[in-house]
Write a protein that binds this ligand. Sequence first.
Ligand SMILES: [Zn+2]
Ligand SMILES: [Zn+2]
Length: 676
Amino acid sequence: MLYADVILPLPLHDTFTYAVPQNMEDNIKRGCRVVVPFGTKKIYTAIVARVHDQRPDFPEIKSINELLDTTPIVTEKQLQLWKWIASYYICTIGEIYKAALPGGLKPKDENAIREKNKRRRNLFAQDDTFLNNEKCVSSLSEAQQKAFDEIEESFKSHNTTLLHGVTSSGKTEIYINLIKKYIDEGKQVLYMLPEIALTTQITERLEKVFSDCMGVYHSKFTDAQRVAVYQKQISNEPFKLILGVRSSIFLPYTNLGLIIVDEEHESSYKQQEPAPRYHARNTALVLANMYGAKTLLGTATPSFEVYHAARKGKYGYVELNQRYKNVKLPDIHVVDIKELRRKKLMKGAFSPVLIDAINEALTNKKQVILFQNRRGFSNFIECKNCGWVPRCEHCDVSLTYHKKNNQLTCHYCGNTYTLPECCPACGEKNFINKGLGTEKVEDQIKEIFPEATTLRMDLDTTRSRTSYENIINDFAEHKADILIGTQMVTKGLDFDNVSIVGILDADTMLNQPDFRSYERSFHTLSQVAGRAGRKDQQGQVFLQTRNADSDIIKQIVENDYWNMFYNQMMERKDFHYPPFYRLINVYLKHKDNQLIGHLADDMAALLRKSFGDRILGPDCPPVARIQSMYIRKIMIKIEITASTEKVRNALTAIQSQMLQQPVAHGLNIYYDVDPM
Ligand SMILES: [Zn+2]
Ligand SMILES: [Zn+2]
């Protein structure tokens, strides 16, 4: 009799053992999918982790219902990677399985499987009709060629190399040439981009060169499309190039030679919710190592972790500080809005100098990008009479006002509320809007420049992939004069006709209570400034701030990465932050507000027994209740040299001890390792 230990798509640490019916014995293998009963009624698609003949020590053993694959659908290397992620990020293998496979590969009932298979075949048929574009690997410039040669040289001694190239230095051309080289050598390449930067622009550009051997893996694609890419990767003729977002590290590969992580500094490479809370860039390094592949990390503004590693010689380092075709870096004008506000010279969010610049751009048929990193109309509304602020019933946050629908929305749980007629606290009908969202910016633009046409790009206007791309295409075709947006407008979009970029309020980013806020502001503001100016014209950037004299603003204006890095690193060293220390956030969640306080105190006390003064908290996180669950956070700062295995074992032991108490019923404990 054979038995199979299987991984279920549930947050379980352990595998479950099932009996293998005789008719499956010849075909069942590690990595195959099986349909299994679970509990009294449920049926799941599980992954076989081990086949063996040791009968487990419990009376009733359920049998596998169905074997879905005769060859493994999850490869040995994938299972190894899952194991590493579960161990490093302290989560369960079941959570990784859930995240790693497209939904269509883990349906719950058999009919759904058949239906999906049918659709998948249709999709494959479409996939075969690839575009037959001319092959065009472009004219590297002298500077690009030099960087290309240096990367090759660096790869001889380093598995990982950082390509530090200013915005618009033409990193993509270098990538294309590298990809081509590896494919010609018979290797596979994974080219990773942050979700929002993976647009038709870049896809079309790569398709022109690699049409017949490239697959795109994007979370906004339909499940059937993702299943098709996945299936192709385990077929005999896998794609040689995968262009994908962070989840593409979960695809099967056979012969990976190179991974490119573009915009490596992007915090969206880290998954926040739900588990696995993995960092795709860091996981990519592990993946590359498994295949003996090289990794190129590209960015204009390196993350501290990567730059630090490059400076210490752990990673290779290649610099490209010449903009492609020698386009000048934009001229950044700092506008002190503190003074202008005092003198009442501001028109809404706009300084006179920015208004003049926009006017001039519009007269010259040029385009403008306005950046405001908050969506909605106002951050919150307030009763002018008594100060009442509407808040979410389920979360500890004030509600954001969206004027278009005349609605109040919770940006944490998504619940919407109608705006009350009058203040429920005092009965007055006098609400004021506080704060500046992209919707309000658009309103003000329509007042100040009634003749200008506008587009808005934020989470509210880009719910579907097509809407996002339509905005980009319309703006590129000059169907609008002014593009207003959140950080979405910063992601490597190239518009030829943009002469002015306005950063309406740099302070909201700088004032975030987070040790990374300066680093992040530098990334974002440099990126947004880099959108101005192309080809023949130097772009003009107007940066509005109340902190015009601060060092960080000066560093952004002068594009002085080094000094920003140096100053911030001194602070991080003093206060035990990454990259000098590793952070792990422990979260506790419970429905009961009083109980969660006690439980968090208990857990912190237990943690202190093992970790001493490396433990901070427990604290209430900035939003301490989400979807009716109360949250507490305990932070652990660990020496970079400490064994991750020992730390994990200590944490999971304390977790078990906590959860064994009857009083802890309903308590949820989870971890965020290397939080962003
Ligand atoms: Zn009131
Ligand atoms: Zn809410």
